[in-house]
Design a binder for this molecule. Structure first.
Ligand SMILES: Nc1ncnc2c1ncn2[C@@H]1O[C@H](COP(=O)(O)OP(=O)(O)OP(=O)(O)O)[C@@H](O)[C@H]1O
Length: 264
């Protein structure tokens, strides 16, 4: 069912309890949030507070026990069933690259198109073009085992983008990489998302990363995840790494840290 709504993503009173009775784990309390097309938000919160669960619910990988999620006006879950129509424009990327070792880089990147039944020539052309966009030109024919961790995440990002998603969900995608590689990939991510006006939600443990990339940072309290504050990042775009050295940015980090620790 298509409902009229302004928001690109709408969370309305979303809650999730795993298990029942004495073994019940309340992972998410009552999450309500609207995102417009092209918004970039980060979810920041203590470890185990339910960030990944919230992302999985939006992607349709996990069923909420309460509330509703709309993507572009369509309910992700209806009568307990996932709507593949609602999740079609959604792509998700994980901390580990999850590439298939027996496929080449280009084959891995093209895989979602193969699953959609796109013809080989078009798959290859699009995979090669995207490999170039994410800095993997010349590596298309290699196996993932021949790539560095950063390059594997580039391939993983290309695979997430190949279906031209309108919504991108990122679960600490560069968390395992060194700081320099992470900065580079974050810059590229920001420009790709801005260019295609992709609505993006990033789960991160890094306050700096959240402040640098986002339009708004959603601060979550410890389990069950509850949104305690939504803070605007009023920095002009396009942003460069120099922004991180400014007083305004440093002040924002202090503000975010204080919000994360509940003002203590
Ligand atoms: N399938 C499941 N069954 C039972 N409990 C679960 C399940 N998945 C997650 N949980 C619990 O829900 C809570 C939230 O987990 P989640 O992975 O969403 O947190 P997180 O904020 O992403 O953690 P981190 O920052 O450490 O990655 C945790 O207590 C976790 O143990």
């Amino acid at each position: 069912m298509k409902m009229e709504t302004e928001a690109d993503i709408r969370l309305a009173g979303v809650g999730k309890t795993f298990g029942s009775g004495a073994n019940a784990v309340r992972a998410i309390g009552d999450a309500t949030l609207d995102m417009q097309r092209g918004d970039f938000i980060s979810l920041l919160g203590p470890s185990g507070c339910g960030k990944t669960t919230l992302l999985r619910i939006i992607a349709g990988l996990e069923r909420p026990t309460e509330g509703e999620i709309l993507v572009r006006g369509r309910a992700v879950w209806e009568d307990g069933r996932r709507s593949s129509e609602a999740t079609r424009p959604v792509s998700m990327m994980f901390q580990e690259a999850r590439l298939f070792p027996w496929f080449t880089v280009a084959e891995n990147v093209a895989l979602p198109l193969r699953l959609q039944g796109v013809a080989k020539a078009e798959r290859e052309a699009r995979a090669h073009a995207l490999c170039e966009t994410v800095g993997l030109k010349g590596f298309e024919a290699m196996r993932p085992s021949a790539l560095s961790g950063g390059m594997r995440q580039r391939a993983s990002l290309a695979r997430a983008l190949i279906t031209k998603p309108q919504v991108l969900l990122l679960d600490e995608p560069f968390g395992a990489l060194d700081a320099m590689t992470r900065d580079t990939l974050n810059m590229e991510l920001m420009s790709v998302c801005a260019e295609a006006r992709v609505t993006t939600i990033l789960v991160t443990h890094s306050i700096t990363e959240a402040a640098f990339l986002s339009d708004r940072v959603v601060v979550l309290a410890a389990r069950p995840a509850r949104i305690t504050e939504v803070i605007e990042m009023p920095f002009e775009r396009p942003r460069t790494l120099d922004l991180q050295r400014t007083t305004a940015f440093q002040d924002m980090l202090v503000r975010l840290r204080s919000s994360l620790t509940g003002g203590h």
